[in-house]
Write a protein that binds this ligand. Structure first.
Ligand code: SF4
Ligand code: SF4
Length: 472
């Protein structure tokens, strides 16, 4: 349940949705351009994130792209670490770690992710809106173009913009695919007919259309209607979380700058004009606010012109905006942090069991054991996977409870596995009739020839009742 402070701020003083007209049609927003401290830093962060997105498939670490989710071979290359399908437990800790880090950051900094780092925001604000501005001009001109009839100028401008939007959408879709097939793999697909790679072709087609639709038309509706994180954040933040808010005490009663007894807000509506979701921050914290900080820069510019202190609209907590003192460290933050620490410790322990090779033991098809003149024979199939980008030599051994004598076949020669390859080998364990006293557990061990690591896997040695084989 919302606290009294949240309740006050979450309940905007309006009964309509800003992006829907009274007749139910879409009110397509054209936020005005804004300059300022946060806009500059947000732009730099956006460019840096776009650079990471574009460079990751090209930058190679240990012979593989920095981020390569190789679904075909079921291997995930993550900044030099290679995980195979059997290592999927590590991903659990990575994902929960990301989740709890997000919870902690949201509890402290509010919707900072939405405004600064969400791919939707980053591409919309720093790529698509930028193209739109270059072709159709600033906000007022874009609105005029919207209202204008379809003359040659409008067709030319809209056509050029949509063509560029489609081109950029296609590039983004190809990059997305490159994260799964690598750039050389993508190139090979591109130089072959679509029929040779139907799955990839359909992926590119669908992704391009969705990206184009989202950035050309859907835009802020994704945050308002679809994104679950936006909704989740209402539950994660409290009165002390950092939000973007309006200092009502200082700003009200709003009015003309020269009027006596007025607050600092001159009701210029500049903060509304720059808002990408079309809301009025003076009506309190609203679920539509994506914390983009445009209204802070817009209002600071107005305050600077009026020679009044900046920060009428600012990053602050609901408590801070009400005149109280913000507490960064509080039970909610401690709780998320404790979960994060527990997850990190567990993740570190699990990661410490990471080995650059995998060992899997299965019983060979057919009878679980064979009776021979000498004794009881079990046959195992051992799968060894080399996760390194260089050849790996492993020495195989098998041990059993103390005193159990065994004859091992196939264990003499070390196994050499090519980089990122696997080897499947059959091994035979025989127990002499006179040494057999029933089924037992044995351990297979694959050790790096230089002694840097080893992996062990257990298996059962099966056989009949000892009385039936004349065993003691
Ligand atoms: S930009 Fe500042 S002064 Fe202008 S309406 Fe918004 S809060 Fe008031
Ligand atoms: S209210 Fe301010 S911070 Fe929130 S979305 Fe609008 S401009 Fe961005």
């Amino acid at each position: 349940m919302a606290s009294p402070t949240q309740d006050k701020f979450f309940r905007p003083n309006r009964d309509s949705v800003t992006t829907i007209n009274d007749d139910g049609s879409r009110n397509f927003l054209h936020p005005a351009d804004v300059r300022g401290f946060f806009t500059t830093w947000r732009t730099l962060v956006g460019y840096a994130l776009i650079a990471v997105f574009l460079l990751s498939p090209w930058v190679y670490i240990n012979g593989y792209p920095a981020l390569f989710l190789d679904l075909a071979d079921r291997r995930f290359h993550i900044f030099g670490l290679t995980l195979v399908a059997q290592d999927v437990r590590y991903l659990f800790f990575v994902l929960t770690g990301i989740g709890f880090t997000g919870f902690c950051l949201t509890a402290i900094f509010g919707r900072i992710w939405c405004g600064w780092a969400c791919p939707h925001t980053v591409f919309l604000e720093h790529v698509f809106r930028w193209i739109e501005r270059q072709i159709e001009g600033p906000s007022q001109e874009r609105k005029k173009l919207d209202a204008a009839p379809w003359n040659s100028e409008k067709i030319l401008k809209r056509g050029t913009k949509m063509a560029l939007f489609f081109l950029v959408s296609t590039v983004i879709a190809h990059y997305l695919l490159a994260y799964f097939v690598s750039m050389p793999g993508l190139y090979q697909m591109m130089v072959h007919a679509p029929t040779d790679n139907w799955g990839a072709f359909v992926f590119i087609f669908v992704a391009t259309v969705l990206i184009f639709f989202n950035f050309a038309w859907f835009r802020e509706q994704l945050c308002l209607i679809i994104c679950p994180y936006g909704r989740l954040q209402s539950a994660l933040i409290d009165d002390h979380s950092l939000v973007i808010g309006y200092d009502e005490k200082r700003g009200e009663p709003r009015g003309k700058a020269h009027e006596e007894g007025r607050g600092d807000c001159i009701d210029c509506l500049r903060c509304v004009q720059v808002c990408p979701t079309g809301i009025d921050i003076r009506q309190g914290l609203q679920i539509e606010c994506v914390s983009c900080s445009n209204c802070i820069d817009a209002c600071d510019e107005v305050m600077a012109k009026l020679k009044r202190p900046k920060g009428l609209v600012r990053y602050d907590s609901l408590v801070g905006l009400s005149g109280g003192k913000t507490k960064f460290l509080r039970p909610r933050v401690y709780l998320y942090a404790v979960f994060l620490v527990i997850g990190s410790v567990a993740g570190t322990l699990v990661m410490s069991s990471y080995r650059p090779a995998n060992l899997a033991v299965t019983r060979m098809q057919g009878s679980p054991y064979y009776l021979t003149d000498q004794g009881i024979r079990n046959q195992y199939m051992i799968r060894l996977i080399n996760k390194k980008t260089e050849p790996l030599t492993l020495v195989l051994a098998a041990t059993a409870p103390s005193g159990q004598k065994m004859e091992l076949a196939g264990f003499d020669e070390p196994v050499i596995i090519a980089p990122m390859q696997e080897v499947l080998k059959a091994y035979v364990v025989t127990v002499n009739r006179k040494d057999y006293s029933g089924t037992f557990h044995l351990t297979f061990r694959a050790a790096d020839k230089d002694g840097k690591f080893f992996i062990e896997k257990g298996a059962e040695f099966l056989g009949p009742d000892p009385m039936l084989v004349g065993a003691p």
